[in-house]
Design a protein around this ligand. Structure first.
Ligand code: HEC
Length: 170
């Protein structure tokens, strides 16, 4: 199966960081990779946790949908992830400034790619293509691991030094 190229021009509408990127505010800001949580304000930390918990719940529902052939459940929950949750609405201008200071561009790019896959998953689920649903679900799980391995090592130390860069061969 070939990997489809993720459309680069769409404005992401997911994680708070993507909302910030949508404003073009993060361009050019470079940070070293490492845990981002200590850089977050308590409020952003709480919002991000809430969003991640929402994503986790949606992923569980997608898994059920996949194994039960329930394409509608897969599509609906993938759309929930793509249009992601609360964060965008809850961010104040102050939060956005705080995020700019805290979050590396690489994390924003990974988040955008992740949300694009959710969109593709919703699309193939609407077409009832079970094999492609499984494919995009797997790619999304890779993104969970990739971002956590790189930026959430304090909370999820199990990934060690592994970087997940283009490491999809096995
Ligand atoms: C682009 C980066 C990124 C992606 C992709 C990502 N996460 Fe996260 N995740 C984070 C960050 C950052 C935190 C730490 C948030 C904090 O504690 O402030 C986190 C934390 C979490 C937590 C812990 C929340 C808590 O209550 O402390 C869960 C659960 C989680 N993620 C699930 C997922 C799942 C499931 C996926 C994939 C379907 C995923 N994440 C994809 C960045 C990401």
């Amino acid at each position: 199966m070939t990997k489809r190229k993720v459309g680069a021009t769409r404005i992401p509408c997911g994680l708070a960081v993507a909302a910030v990127l949508g404003l073009g505010a993060l361009a050019g800001i470079a940070h070293a990779a490492g845990p981002v949580t200590p850089e977050l304000t308590p409020r952003l930390h709480e919002l991000l946790q809430k969003e991640m918990q929402g994503i986790s719940q949606a992923m569980e529902k997608i898994l059920h949908g996949l194994v039960e052939g329930d394409h509608e459940a897969v599509a609906a929950n993938a759309e929930r992830i793509h249009a992601s949750f609360i964060l965008k609405q809850e961010l104040t201008p102050e939060d956005k400034k705080d995020l700019q200071a805290a979050v590396p561009g690489e994390l924003v790019r990974m988040d955008r790619a992740f949300h694009q896959k959710a969109k593709r998953l919703a699309h193939v689920a609407k077409e009832k293509k079970a094999d492609l649903e499984l494919y995009y679900f797997g790619r999304m799980v890779e993104d969970c691991q990739g971002c956590h391995g790189r930026f959430v090592g304090d909370r999820f130390p199990g990934f060690g030094e592994k970087r997940f860069e283009g490491d999809h061969d096995h």
